[in-house]
Design a protein around this ligand. Structure first.
Ligand SMILES: NC(=O)c1ccc[n+]([C@@H]2O[C@H](COP(=O)([O-])OP(=O)(O)OC[C@H]3O[C@@H](n4cnc5c(N)ncnc54)[C@H](OP(=O)(O)O)[C@@H]3O)[C@@H](O)[C@H]2O)c1
Length: 290
């Protein structure tokens, strides 16, 4: 299977590059191919002629998207349009990674694939527009929605929190934004399985269960035996660092994925593996000194 990965230098992209290593994937960053450049995408697609394109590249900064909607639109909508156009031209299977932020979070139970999106933020709107482009332009596509991804490559909360607390920094965490934490390694494995099975359509994938950010932070601290007194739980109403409006409850229902593949493991198990293998290694000295 000839594989092309956009966003290969990102959090999920690096895991996916490792997991698909046996297929010798072509891994792209913005440097090799800026997806907003129609001609650059055309050249790469006709040169490589992939069977499967994993489209992960995106303008992912949710708050910055509110201040710079033009850039968010250019990458997430126009860029996705270029990718979808050439994926269809060469008859490739396009796997597009989307987000729980396409929902407004007003529901009380996890969102299923058939629930109607209503994004609140510019980021969510541009990702949803990307979904519409992919589903209308491509014959062979899979849209995979995931949420709150953690892993070793990004500057994400699970990676940053231990260092912050151990260096004495007070950390504010919200108590009323709930979704499903997802290990990038588990997501990358699922994406590869989807491509191997040529499973088309719309799917939700995240680790099972859900929690708010305070519960998530407590779980990380308790597992690493870090003092939690510097954690400050607040309501989103008082969390002024957040500019974009976020869904209050955007856990994803993975019944469809489970029926077709396997049951994703609980977020706690995935997080424990990540903390043991990645975070503990880096912070052992600081944690031991406590
Ligand atoms: N992180 C999450 O919690 C989360 C949750 C749900 C869904 N998602 C979706 O999952 C996908 C992967 O997210 P991530 O967290 O792995 O992203 P990330 O770490 O922020 O990486 C973004 C990637 O996109 C590339 N990129 C940005 N603009 C580009 C452009 N104009 N042309 C080509 N490449 C460009 C970046 O390349 P450079 O490094 O070269 O700039 C980078 O490889 C995204 O589509 C995101 O919307 C993420």
């Amino acid at each position: 299977m000839k594989i092309l990965i956009t966003g290969g230098t990102g959090l999920v992209g690096r895991y996916l590059s490792e997991i698909t290593e046996s297929e010798k994937p072509v891994v792209l960053s913005r440097k090799e191919c800026n997806i907003t450049d129609f001609f650059s995408v055309r050249t790469i697609f006709y040169q490589i002629k992939p069977d499967v394109v994993f489209h992960l590249a995106a303008f992912t900064n949710v708050d910055l998207s509110e201040n710079d909607p033009v850039s968010a639109f250019r990458v997430n909508v126009s860029g996705t349009n270029n990718i979808a156009f050439f994926a269809e031209k060469i008859n490739a299977h396009l796997v597009y990674l989307s987000t729980d932020f396409v929902f407004d979070g007003m529901q009380k139970q996890p969102y299923k694939e058939q629930d109607v999106p209503h994004p609140l933020s510019i980021y969510g709107k541009t990702k949803f527009e990307g979904e519409r482009i992919v589903s209308s332009m491509c014959s062979k596509y899979t849209i995979v929605r995931s949420s709150r991804i953690f892993g070793k490559n990004g500057n994400n909360f699970a990676s940053a929190l231990p260092g912050k607390l151990l260096s004495g920094e007070k950390t504010i965490v919200t108590t009323d934004l709930v979704n499903s934490p997802t290990y990038a390694k588990d997501l990358a494995t699922a994406l590869f399985e989807i491509a191997k099975k040529q499973s088309y359509g719309l799917l939700h994938f995240c680790n099972s269960g859900f929690c708010n950010w305070h519960e998530y932070a407590l779980y990380i601290c308790n597992h690493l035996r870090i003092d939690t007194s510097l954690l400050v739980p607040v309501s989103i109403k008082h969390f002024h660092q957040s500019i974009a409006e976020r869904p209050r409850f955007s856990a994803l229902d993975t019944t469809l994925f489970s029926k077709n593949f396997y049951q994703p493991r609980p977020w706690q198990k995935a997080l424990e593996e990540y903390l043991e293998h990645e975070v503990l290694k880096r912070n052992t000295n600081m944690i031991m000194k406590q």
